[in-house]
Design a protein around this ligand. Structure first.
Ligand SMILES: [Zn+2]
Length: 276
């Protein structure tokens, strides 16, 4: 079974602040190694569970975070940006299961470490069909429409609770408990990796036994983003077929989840150009 792995950074054990997640941050060089270690743990667990191949996608920031020589060499890697499917670039019908590691709570959450949805500087809230959606839900839908179920989500307790709320009985591994947006109680990185490895193994075994269902909400997807200011919405509105709801909010009806991801990226990239 081919296994797809998407890895973000905010939900990695020990990460609590942007000083660890931005390339220019003082602690970034250490945090990217923790991210690499958690990815390698998931790769090892996938092979423990019977994977025949693993494709890992760097899904954070500029998407060039892994310390390559420390990544489990059995996986192939997608790195860099821009990517049409962004955090789930490369997923395809040939994969039997997707694993999301280092994931975080959606924009506007309480007690979610570094909560945001795609581009935190410009997106205040994001909804699909009137309900708040986070990156887990968006990416799971993009996997789901290709028939690929999500077998594991790891991150803080809030991210994991949101994953279960959206996806149903998906397995989760909690590596930290957020106290506030910038504070958490966490297990040691080594313990986090042990749990992620076991979780990945169980997820792949369950997928191989046919015990997982893809996340397949019915299209179309009615997207709404509340931007942080009107200039962001002014820029997003330039995307054809965007509907301006009010000063801060833009709407779009996407026929499928892949389009949803493309519109979110187009809007947020344009919105980001207005930031002063
Ligand atoms: Zn991230």
């Amino acid at each position: 079974m081919q296994v797809y792995l998407s890895v973000d950074l905010e939900g990695v054990a020990g990460v609590v602040h942007v000083d660890q997640t931005r390339r220019t941050g003082h602690d970034y060089e250490r945090a990217r190694r923790w991210m690499t270690a958690e990815a390698s743990a998931a790769i090892a667990g996938a092979y423990d569970g019977g994977a025949t191949a693993v494709l890992v996608n760097d899904a954070h920031g500029d998407m060039r975070n892994f310390v390559l020589e420390e990544l489990d060499p059995r996986a192939e890697l997608i790195s860099g940006s821009l990517k049409p499917r962004s955090m789930v670039e490369g997923v395809a019908t040939s994969f039997g299961v997707a694993l999301f590691v280092g994931y975080h709570a959606g924009a506007g959450s309480r007690a979610g470490i570094l909560d945001h949805t795609y581009y935190g500087r410009v997106v205040a809230r994001l909804r699909v069909g009137g309900r708040e959606w986070n990156e887990t839900a968006l990416n799971a839908a993009a996997c789901g429409e290709l028939g690929v179920p999500v077998g594991l989500v790891t991150g803080d307790a809030t991210a994991c609770a949101q994953a279960r709320a959206h996806l149903g009985d998906v397995a989760t591994v909690v590596v930290k408990d957020a106290i506030t947006r910038y504070a958490a109680r966490a297990v040691h990185p080594t313990v986090a990796c042990e749990r992620i490895r076991a979780g990945a193994r169980a997820a792949v075994e369950r997928a191989r036994a046919g015990g997982l269902s893809p996340f397949r909400p019915a299209p179309p997807f009615d997207l709404e983003i509340d931007f942080v200011n009107a200039a962001c919405a002014d820029a997003a509105e330039l995307v054809p077929h965007t509907r301006r709801v009010d000063g801060l909010t833009c709407a779009y009806r996407a026929p499928d989840a892949a389009t949803l991801l493309q519109v979110i990226q187009a809007w947020t990239i344009l919105a980001g150009t207005t930031m002063v």
